[in-house]
Design a binder for this molecule. Structure first.
Ligand code: M6R
Length: 371
C-alpha cells in the first residue's frame, strides 16, 4: 500500500523518520540522573566479549548494504579499537580471501537472502569465524544461519532501490559500535553525544526531507545529463558511493562515487564546465580538506553542487559559482544518515522526470538470489 505516495521508493524515503524510530526502539537507554546512557542489543549480549577480543571485524555485503557498513566503519574502529576491514561478498569469494577463527564476520543484508552474501557466510562458517547477521528480514537464511545478530526493523522495503534499510543499517551499526566499545571514562562524552544524536536523528531526517522540492528543481536541471560525479571522504565516502548507486540504479544515468582524496590521482582530468559534480562538505574533521577540493574544482571551472551544513553556504562557495544543498548538522558519525536523504530524493525525482520505472528498475531484482 503506497498510501498518499505515487511510488514505493518515494514512500520509503519519506518514511525514514518512523523507520529509524522503530530501529532504535527499546535499544537505547536515555539515562536519568543516576543512570548512564546505554545501548541494549539483545541478540548480541552473549557474544560481545568474543567480539571485543577478535583479531578483526570484517564487514561483508553487496551494494547498498556494503555501503552502509562502509559508513559505519569509522565509528566502529574508533569505539572498539578493533581493526575493521571491508569485503564485497563476491570479491571475497573470488579471492578466497583469508578468514580466521579469531575474526568476527558481520554479514549485512536487507533481504537476508542475497546469494553472494550467503555463500560468503558459508565460507566464513567453514573457516571458524564468529558470524553476525544484520538483516531486515526475520527468518531469512542469513538471519538463521549466523551465530547471532541484529534485526534492523526498518519494515518491509518494496522498492528495488534500498533507501530506508540503508539508514536503519547505519543506525544499527552505530549502536553496534557503542555496544562493542563498552563504557570507559575516556569515551563517555563521545558515547553520550552519539546516543543523544541517535535519539534526535528522526527529527533531523524530518528536517532534511523538507528539501524535497529543492531536489526536484535540481533534478530538472540535471534531467538531460549523461553523468554525475559525487565526491566524498571520511564518514561520507559511503554517501558518495551510495548516492551514485541510487542515481545509476533508478535514474539510469551514469554516476560515480569518488573518494575526494583520490581526486588528483585521475578523476580531476574529467572536470570541465559541463560535468555536474556533487561535493559533500558537511562539518567534520575532513571539512577543511573538502574546502580545498572545492577550490581546486572551482579553479577548473567545475559545475559544482555542494552539500554543506546549515549556515555554511557562503563559506563553501566563496571561490566561484555553485549550487548549495544545506543539511542539518548532527554528530559526525551519524551525518551519513542525514546526507544520503537529499541524494535519494534527487535520484527519485530524476527517475520520474526521465520517465523510468522507479520501483522496478530495468534488469534489477529486489533480492539477488543467483550468483
Ligand atoms: O538484500 P541485500 O541488502 O543483501 O541486497 C544487496 C544489494 O543487492 C542491494 O543493496 C542493491 O544494491 C540495491 N538494489 C541497491 O539499492
Amino acid at each position: 500500500n503506497k498510501g498518499k505516495y505515487e511510488h514505493y521508493m518515494q514512500k520509503e524515503i519519506h518514511e525514514q523518520p518512523e523507520s529509524l524510530t522503530t530501529t532504535m526502539r527499546g535499544r537505547l537507554i536515555r539515562g536519568g540522573s543516576c543512570k548512564a546512557k546505554a545501548v541494549l542489543l539483545g541478540g548480541l549480549k552473549d557474544h560481545l566479549k568474543t567480539i571485543r577480543r577478535s583479531r578483526r571485524i570484517v564487514f561483508i555485503g553487496c551494494g547498498t548494504s556494503y555501503n552502509a557498513a562502509l559508513a559505519a566503519r569509522p565509528v566502529l574502529e574508533e569505539l572498539s579499537g578493533v581493526p575493521v576491514t571491508m569485503e564485497i561478498a563476491s570479491d571475497l569469494l573470488d579471492r578466497q580471501g583469508p578468514i580466521y577463527r579469531e575474526d568476527t564476520a558481520v554479514f549485512v543484508s536487507q533481504s537476508g537472502e542475497t546469494a553472494d552474501t550467503l555463500r560468503a557466510l558459508e565460507y566464513a562458517l567453514e573457516n571458524g569465524a564468529l558470524c553476525v547477521g544484520i538483516t531486515n528480514t526475520v527468518g531469512s537464511v542469513i538471519a538463521r544461519n549466523t551465530h547471532c545478530g541484529i534485526h534492523i526493523n526498518a519494515g518491509c522495503e518494496i522498492g528495488v532501490a534500498s533507501t530506508k534499510a540503508y539508514t536503519s543499517q547505519i543506525a544499527v551499526m552505530a549502536m553496534l559500535a557503542l555496544a562493542i566499545g563498552g563504557d570507559t571514562i575516556s569515551n563517555q562524552e563521545r558515547r553520550e553525544a552519539i546516543i543523544d544524536g541517535l535519539f534526535d536523528l528522526p527529527n533531523k531526517i524530518r528536517e532534511v526531507l523538507k528539501l524535497d522540492q529543492e531536489m526536484k528543481d535540481l533534478a530538472k536541471l540535471l534531467i538531460a545529463e549523461q553523468s554525475l560525479l559525487v565526491f566524498g571522504r571520511g564518514y561520507n565516502f559511503a554517501t558518495a558511493l551510495e548516492g551514485a548507486l541510487k542515481v545509476k540504479e533508478v535514474a539510469l544515468m551514469h554516476s560515480e562515487g569518488i573518494l575526494a582524496g583520490e581526486m588528483k590521482h585521475g578523476p580531476l582530468a574529467l572536470v570541465d564546465e559541463n560535468l555536474p559534480i556533487v561535493v559533500i562538505a558537511t562539518r567534520d574533521a575532513c571539512f577543511s580538506k573538502q574546502q580545498s577540493v572545492i577550490q581546486q574544482l572551482h579553479a577548473r571551472k567545475g559545475r559544482l553542487i555542494v552539500m554543506c551544513s546549515k549556515g555554511d553556504a557562503a563559506s563553501v562557495c566563496s571561490g566561484g559559482a555553485c549550487r548549495v544543498i544545506e543539511v542539518p548538522q548532527v554528530e559526525d558519525c551519524l551525518q551519513p544518515v542525514v546526507n544520503i536523504v537529499p541524494l535519494q530524493l534527487l535520484a527519485y525525482h530524476l527517475t520520474v522526470l526521465r520517465g523510468y520505472n522507479v520501483d522496478q528498475p530495468r534488469n534489477l531484482a529486489k533480492s539477488v538470489t543467483t550468483q
